[in-house]
Design a protein around this ligand. Structure first.
Ligand SMILES: [Zn+2]
Length: 219
């Protein structure tokens, strides 16, 4: 894949985050890694307004902006630290999905409720509120990026990672849908979630085929 293809793919998923109401206005930021560089949304743009050439190229090792484009998103440190800490991460999606934010106001770690959530996302962890755009938030996030591919930011939003953009993006959709269903059930009574054994059964090696099947369906 070339850097131009990465830029085009970023535009595609950026538009999806806006169309699916996972961010409002200029909120949220997305990046993808390519040959030691990350391509990150520029500061001050709504995600669906970014043109392919406007994604900001940043050297992951040095943190230097390596093209002459725009100012990177104010959450640039969060993205940089995550790529440095976990080389398996190929893309990062940070959004402000309403059910996830509502969930962080009343609960902490999202329980696992469904087979597709277990297989595609697994554990969702939680970070208490930290002032956005600071190195404190980047430091808090980096502690979790090897433990989980989805991280709820208290009173703020969600970060998902993946080996590629599609995986990171669909994890955001699955976590948001899961938070929504949890909150609806919770309004009636305490939801029945999957037991540890039920989760482990899905997360076991045999379920790899099931997970791949689900990912293919999402194309
Ligand atoms: Zn944010």
């Amino acid at each position: 894949m070339s850097s131009l293809e990465i830029r085009e793919e970023l535009c595609k998923y950026a538009k999806k985050t806006v169309a699916n109401r996972l961010v409002v206005g200029p909120g949220g930021n997305i990046s993808a890694k390519h040959e030691g560089k990350m391509y990150l949304s520029p500061s001050g743009f709504a995600l669906d307004e970014i043109e392919p050439e406007q994604w900001v190229e940043v050297d992951i090792e040095t943190g230097a902006v390596t093209d002459t484009g725009f100012r990177p998103s104010s959450e640039v440190l969060m993205h940089l630290y995550a790529y440095r800490a976990n080389p398996n991460i190929g893309a990062i999606v940070h959004t402000h999905p309403p059910y996830c934010i509502a969930f962080t106001l009343v609960e902490q770690e999202l329980p696992i409720m469904f087979p597709d959530q277990a297989a595609l996302v697994g554990k969702t962890v939680y970070i208490p509120y930290v002032l956005p755009t600071t190195d404190k938030l980047a430091d808090a996030l980096v502690e979790k990026v090897n433990a989980a591919s989805s991280i709820l930011l208290g009173n703020h939003g969600l970060v998902t990672t993946g080996r590629n953009l599609r995986e990171a993006y669909y994890r955001t959709e699955v976590v948001e849908e899961s938070a929504k269903i949890f909150l609806i059930a919770k309004a009636i009574k305490e939801p029945k979630v999957l037991t540890k054994e039920e989760f482990e059964e899905i997360a076991s090696l045999e379920s790899e085929a099931y997970r791949i099947q689900l990912l293919q369906k999402m194309q």
